[in-house]
Design a protein around this ligand. Structure first.
Ligand code: CP
Length: 308
């Protein structure tokens, strides 16, 4: 954190009280949207600066700002359409947009880019994904979705599946779950994309129970939350390595048969074949509701950043 600005840089910065307050505020935002939105931040401007592709994160932040009455400037392909392509440093870009707006939401290819941005920003910075590092606002909406769907976040068993090495959402979600009681995480991943050692170390230090396995059916049968992720083709150094991981763990109709009737399936999306579209019809498929929750959660987060 720099000065008194409220940045959102890592899932590790949140405590239980802050999470409870954010989820309560997200519920209020659902009502505000139903009632036609707010004009509360009509004098505020949000910058979205995305150096990597996005549908949900960028558009839900932009929609959130509009729903709160604010305005948005930005670039959806900052690597090409900002002066980064002329060699401008990230620090200089952030200094400039800090002068134009009240809040910066950024996604970058490099781990730690948001932290770097926060060292020079004069307005709050929100990390919307930094390479294979973290995606804290996704973890916030994931937990908000679990709370809404199951009525609790304590006392859950969650199976995280897929590309756990490159999947920044699972890193942030794992860190954030350390705030809750009696959580067990089962990581199911191909051998070349297992959960990183630094995430496991954090869980050990914070007393979170976890295991690693290769048995998707067993993990899904025991889970309250089945959290599937995409194999991130763009982060592999070779096609051969990608193909070793791809297609290994797919949620299909037969997996639904072994899952608990009250379990849910989440996915940060986009998907690329790892959940069959037939699964969408099952009421336990909560991933589109999860994406919708991103709007409300991000409205609450914008409010928090602009009023702290
Ligand atoms: N979940 C997520 O970050 O989606 P986008 O890449 O579309 O923003």
């Amino acid at each position: 954190m720099s000065g008194s600005l409220y940045h959102v840089l890592t899932a590790r910065q949140f405590d239980r009280a802050e999470l409870d307050a954010l989820f309560a505020a997200s519920g209020d935002m659902e009502r505000i949207v139903r009632e036609g939105g707010s004009t509360r931040f009509s004098n505020k401007i949000l910058t979205t600066l995305f150096f990597e592709a996005s549908t949900r994160t960028r558009l839900s932040f932009e929609a959130a700002m509009h729903r709160l009455g604010g305005r948005v400037i930005g670039t959806e392909n900052a690597a090409q359409f900002s002066s980064a392509i002329k060699g401008e440093t990230l620090e200089d870009t952030i200094r400039i947009v800090s002068g134009y707006s009240d809040l910066v939401v950024m996604r970058h290819t490099e781990i730690g880019a948001a932290q770097l941005a926060a060292t020079v920003a004069t307005v709050p910075v929100i990390n919307a994904g930094d390479g294979a590092g973290e995606h804290p606002t996704q973890a916030l909406l994931d937990l908000y979705s679990i709370q809404k769907e199951l009525g609790r976040i304590d006392d859950i068993r969650i199976a995280m599946i897929g590309d756990l090495a490159n999947g920044r959402t699972v890193h942030s979600l794992s860190y954030m779950l350390a705030n809750y009681k009696n959580v067990h995480i089962e990581y199911v991943a191909p051998d070349n994309v297992r959960i990183p050692v630094e995430v496991k170390r954090y869980l050990v230090e914070h007393g979170v129970s976890f295991e690693e396995s290769t048995d998707l059916r067993k993990a899904a049968a025991e889970a309250d939350v089945v959290y599937q992720t995409r194999i991130q083709k763009e982060r592999f150094l070779s096609l051969e390595e990608y193909e070793k991981a791809s297609g290994k763990y797919v949620i299909d109709a037969s997996l639904l048969d072994v899952m608990r009737p009250d379990a849910i399936i989440l996915h940060p999306l986009p998907r690329a074949g790892e959940i069959e579209t037939r699964v969408d019809r099952d009421p336990r498929a909560a991933y589109f509701r999860q994406a919708q929750n991103g709007l409300y959660l991000r409205m609450a987060l914008i409010e928090k950043c602009l009023t702290s």
